[in-house]
Design a protein around this ligand. Structure first.
Ligand code: FE
Length: 300
């Protein structure tokens, strides 16, 4: 490849644009879910994406997810607005406020609760966030659970020289900044805010699967400049090393988009609710371990 070709890069083409489906989770809060669904079971290494809100909650109306288990993968909670508190069967607890991220490696299993933070629940307010599920390779499915709680001020934010593009680097690298979060397999998790007239060409390693989700505004994606609207996800082919995101000419509002990428694990996926393993036997084992209390209890 010549130097010039290298600099130009190769644009990825679009494989699919899907509408998120609205469903309820946990104790009854509403989420927008681009997958899994009957058409897209997973997008290796990603198992699920939920957008929580944005919703304005009245005092006392906030709901969470009371005690439930996980085994075999990672849950990543990104609070854009609002506040959560969590507790788990290993004795961990903490709070997440606007801009904070929790990267939880469930590994061999934890029971945890994800509830609205007490003051926030009492007063009400705007809630907006994402939960992403990232699969673990077979060798890491039964590792010791691990938490990374990263407060907003420690997550790198970069602005383009024209000031029209801002990126929050949750995982991976963008505009020369590296994330502070350590991931088990290489993952890219970027939150772009693009002002009308802004454009970003994001490098993405050729071996990553990648998709994006539009939280607000309208985005133009790829060389085809396909329109993607709020509550839609766009999946890319693995045929290039760049993804272009811009705003339409008539855009009046900023575009909020999250871009996710990761190296496919290429292993069998057997899932049942909060357990994701490689075989049916391992799934049965997870269910019985949970029923027999082997993932613990929240007793504080
Ligand atoms: Fe959970």
């Amino acid at each position: 490849m010549s130097q010039q070709e290298k600099e130009l890069g190769i644009q990825r083409s679009i494989s699919q644009i899907v509408d998120a489906k609205t469903t309820t989770e946990g104790d009854g809060f509403i989420v927008h879910r681009p997958f899994p669904n009957s058409e897209i079971r997973e997008f290796d290494p990603f198992l699920l994406l939920d957008e929580m809100g944005p919703i304005t909650l009245s005092p006392g109306d906030a709901k969470g997810a009371s005690d439930h288990p996980h085994r075999g993968f990672e849950t990543v909670t990104y609070v854009i607005k609002g506040a959560f508190e969590h507790k788990d069967s290993q004795g961990n607890s903490g709070k997440l406020f606007s801009g904070d991220v929790q990267w939880m490696t469930a590994g061999s299993g934890v029971v945890h609760s994800e509830m609205p933070e007490k003051d926030f629940a009492q007063k009400g307010g705007t809630l907006h966030g994402f939960q992403l599920w990232v699969n673990l390779p077979k060798k890491d499915k039964m590792i010791k659970p691990r938490y990374q709680d990263i407060v907003s001020k420690n997550i790198p934010i970069v602005k383009s020289s024209d000031g029209k593009v801002q990126v929050k680097v949750i995982a991976g690298e963008s505009m020369g900044k590296h994330a502070v979060i350590d991931t088990k397999i290489p993952i890219m998790y970027l939150h772009f805010t693009i002002q009308p007239g802004g454009k970003i060409i994001q490098q993405i390693p050729k071996n990553y699967n990648a998709f994006a989700y539009v939280a607000s505004g309208v985005g133009l994606f790829g060389l085809e400049q396909r329109n993607v609207n709020k509550e839609q996800a766009i999946f890319f082919e693995r045929d290039g090393d760049e993804i272009t995101i811009a705003t339409p000419k008539d855009a009046m509002t900023p575009l909020e988009v999250i871009l996710l990428g990761g190296i496919p694990i290429n292993e069998p996926v057997k899932r049942y609710g909060p357990f994701v393993m490689n075989t049916d036997e391992e799934l049965q084992q997870a269910i019985s371990d949970y029923k027999n209390g082997k993932m613990g209890l929240i007793d504080f």
